[in-house]
Design a protein around this ligand. Structure first.
Ligand code: GLP
Length: 275
């Protein structure tokens, strides 16, 4: 796992967008795993201003509220149309979101898993983190091997997402269809993006705490190609920050990316001492 700390959320969005556009430039028909939430809006904004076309990308979103149709403006399908499909002028048929109104959720969940497998698996998965430590909607004590299924949301998550529902937590659906932790871990590469002070404690638990179902995001420690991209506020409770910055400054693979992050780092010249 690598932890990359950016000076602010704008730089964090730009860094994630640059990794995504680089992967798409290398492989235009890549399969991506995509995420929603306030944190991701800035990333999609960067993608919409990029010269790299996402036309041939196939994507699978992490989750959807149960009971919301794709044309409900509060659904994650509608979020993807607003922030990704329309601005990037994409074919909606390539952008998969779990079907929150499927009559048989178990069948819809296994169909979703099958579609991911048929597409060849997810090459790069983007995730955010909820304040309960969830990735996707894998609330505390989700099995670390779980697959796509419907999941009951915690009151904390419903409160966190109430803004999209007129500010009323009771109006937030009680369930969601979400990729499992195991589904997420199957991706070839994983990026967790978190910004803001409100995420600092849970980010520290996920990155430096024990791997535990209590904090499903801690499962990223089991992934062999995971990057955690943070702003200063979200990184503020990490204890090994010096080491994370040192790696970023010295890994040659980050040479083309350092300008997006390095304004908050010292010793940037060290990069040239590595071969
Ligand atoms: C949501 C989603 C997650 C998202 C997280 C954080 O409810 N299910 O995929 O990463 O909670 O959301 P935000 O970025 O708005 O803080």
């Amino acid at each position: 796992m690598e932890v990359l700390v950016c000076p602010d959320e704008t730089h964090a969005h730009a860094l994630v967008a640059k990794i995504l556009t680089t992967r798409v430039a290398e492989r235009p028909d890549i399969v991506l795993g995509l995420a929603t939430g306030r944190t991701m809006i800035g990333v999609y904004d960067h993608l919409s201003r990029s010269d790299i076309s996402f036309r041939d990308v196939t994507s699978f979103n992490l989750d959807e509220y149960v009971g919301l149709a794709a044309d409900d403006p509060r659904s994650f399908a509608a979020y993807m149309k607003r922030h990704y499909i329309d601005p990037l002028e994409l074919d909606p048929a390539r952008v998969h979101v779990p079907d929150g109104i499927a009559p048989d959720l178990t069948a819809a969940a296994s169909a979703y898993e099958n579609s991911i497998a048929r597409a060849g698996g997810i090459a790069l998965q983007l995730v955010g983190i909820g304040r309960t430590g969830h990735i996707g909607f894998n609330e505390p004590i989700s099995s670390l091997r779980s697959r796509t299924r419907d999941k009951v949301l915690t009151p904390a998550t419903r409160a966190q997402n109430a803004d999209d529902f007129g500010g009323d937590p009771a109006a937030v659906p009680k369930r969601a269809l979400t990729m499992g932790v195991g589904t997420i871990l199957d991706s070839s590469e994983l990026i967790l993006l978190a910004t803001g002070e409100a995420k600092a404690d849970v980010v520290a638990e996920a990155v430096e705490g024990p791997i535990a179902a209590r904090v499903s995001a801690s499962a990223i420690q089991l992934h062999n190609k995971a990057k955690v991209i943070l702003d200063e506020a979200a990184a503020s409770r990490l204890t090994r920050r010096d080491y994370y910055d040192f790696v970023f400054l010295n890994e040659p693979k980050w040479d083309g990316y350092r300008h997006l992050v390095a304004t908050n780092l010292e010793g940037g010249d060290q990069k040239d001492t590595q071969s």
